[in-house]
Design a binder for this molecule. Structure first.
Ligand code: ASP
Length: 344
C-alpha cells in the first residue's frame, strides 16, 4: 500500500563529520552527496511505494543546542505536514533526544500517526555506522502502512532494533549501539529478523481531533538531593518569585534528609504558586511516599506531586509543559494524571 513519510533532519551524530574542532553536523545535502544510495534514490527506491518528504530544521545542531523553542519548531513542522503524511521521522542527536521525545509527547494529544525519533552513535560517514539501520527501522515504523504493520500512534524512539515510548526512554550509553533504554516500561516493538509490535502496550485511539499545545515554562529547575542537602537556596529562589516548578530528585522511594528546612520550602512554594514534582534518583522503580518515615514530609505537602516512576526527562518536560499551558489552579491535577503513558 502507498505510504508517505515526512523526514526532518535536525543534526546530531547521525550526520556529523570530523572537523579540526571535533565532530560537527553536516547539511542534508552533504549527507545525500556522500551516500550514493540516498543520492541515487536507490536506498529510498527500495521502498518504492513510500513517498518521502525531506526537510531540515535550520540550523542543524549538536543536540546539546536544542531548546524548547526547537521543540515548538519541530511540532510546527509536523503540524504543517500532518494531514498529508502517514508517519514522521525526526533525525536528532542522541544527547537530548529523550527530552525532545518527551516534550513532543506532551505537545501532541490524540495522535493517530507515529512520530519516530532516531539518530546514531556513529556518523553515517563511518563504515560501521548504526545510522543506516536506525533510519531503516524508523522508516518501517513511520511507513507502517506500506509494510502492513500495526500503527504506533505515539511519539517513540527507534534505536538499535528497539522502539521505545518517547516519554519512557533515557539515554543510557554514550558508546553502545543500544544507546537508549526504557527502565520502567516494556519496549513498544522489536525489529529483529521479524518485526514484533506489542500492540497491547500502545496508547489507544481516542477518536478526538489532534490537539497541540507547545508552550514551555523556563522557570523550572531540576534538583538532585545529595547527602546533607539543605533546601536553603531553593527557598531563596522561590521567595524571590524566580521558580514556577521544581523537579526534586529524591533518594530511593522518595526519601529526604531529615532536620532540614523542607516545611519552610513547601510554605514558600505555596505562597509563590510554585509546584514540586517529586521523583526518584534511581533509574528503575518508583517513589512510594509514606513507605519510609523520611518521605512523610513530601507526602503531607500540598504543593508536592508524586512523580511515581517517571523518567527525569519526562518529569522536567511535563512540568515545563503543564506550567506553560495551564493556569495554576489546574497544574497539580494535570501533573498528577498520567497524560501520555509517561507513568504506570
Ligand atoms: N552530541 C551528539 C548530539 O547529541 C551526540 C549524538 O548525536 O549521538 O547531537
Amino acid at each position: 500500500m502507498q505510504s508517505s513519510v515526512y523526514i526532518l533532519y535536525t543534526g546530531g551524530t547521525f550526520g556529523m563529520k570530523n572537523t579540526t574542532e571535533g565532530l560537527q553536523p553536516s547539511t542534508w545535502d552533504e549527507i545525500i552527496a556522500y551516500l550514493p544510495a540516498i543520492k541515487n534514490q536507490n536506498y529510498f527506491h527500495y521502498y518504492s511505494e513510500i513517498d518521502f518528504t525531506f526537510d531540515t530544521l535550520e540550523p542543524v545542531v549538536d543536540s546539546s543546542d536544542i531548546t524548547p523553542n526547537d521543540w515548538q519548531r519541530i511540532a510546527q513542522s509536523i503540524e504543517k505536514n500532518y494531514d498529508q503524511h502517514d508517519g514522521f521521522i525526526i533525525i536528532h542527536g542522541t544527547d537530548t533526544l529523550a527530552y525532545t521525545s518527551s516534550a513532543l509527547s506532551f505537545i501532541f494529544e490524540h495522535l493517530t500517526k507515529p512520530i519516530v525519533l532516531t539518530g546514531a552513535q556513529l556518523p553515517i560517514f563511518h563504515p560501521r555506522t548504526d545510522g543506516i539501520v536506525n533510519l531503516s527501522n524508523a522508516i518501517y515504523i513511520a511507513g507502517y502502512k506500506h509494510f502492513s504493520l500495526p500503527c504506533i500512534p505515539e511519539v517513540c524512539i527507534c534505536f538499535n532494533d528497539d522502539v521505545l515510548r518517547g516519554n519512557r526512554a533515557v539515554k543510557t550509553s554514550t558508546n553502545d549501539f543500544e544507546g537508549f533504554s526504557s527502565p520502567n516500561f516494556d519496549n513498544l516493538a522489536h525489529l529483529e529478523q521479524n518485526i514484533t509490535i506489542n500492540t497491547h502496550l500502545l496508547q489507544k485511539n481516542t477518536n478526538l481531533p489532534l490537539d497541540i499545545k507547545s508552550t514551555f515554562s523556563h522557570r523550572v529547575v531540576n534538583v538532585t538531593v545529595f547527602p546533607g542537602y539543605n533546601p536553603e537556596i531553593l527557598i531563596d529562589l522561590v521567595s524571590k518569585g524566580k521558580l514556577e516548578g521544581i523537579v526534586l530528585r529524591t533518594f530511593g522511594a522518595g526519601n529526604l534528609p531529615s532536620g532540614k528546612r523542607w516545611d519552610d520550602l513547601f510554605t514558600t512554594c505555596k505562597e509563590n504558586n510554585t509546584i514540586i514534582l517529586a521523583t526518584t534518583q534511581c533509574p528503575n522503580g518508583k517513589i512510594e511516599l509514606g513507605q519510609y518515615a523520611l518521605s512523610n514530609v513530601l507526602k503531607n505537602a500540598v504543593v508536592v506531586v508524586d512523580g511515581k516512576d517517571i523518567t527525569p526527562e519526562a518529569a522536567l518536560t511535563k512540568l515545563m509543559w503543564v506550567i506553560g499551558n495551564y493556569p495554576y489552579a489546574e497544574r497539580i491535577g494535570m501533573l498528577s494524571r498520567n497524560l501520555r503513558g509517561e507513568t504506570s
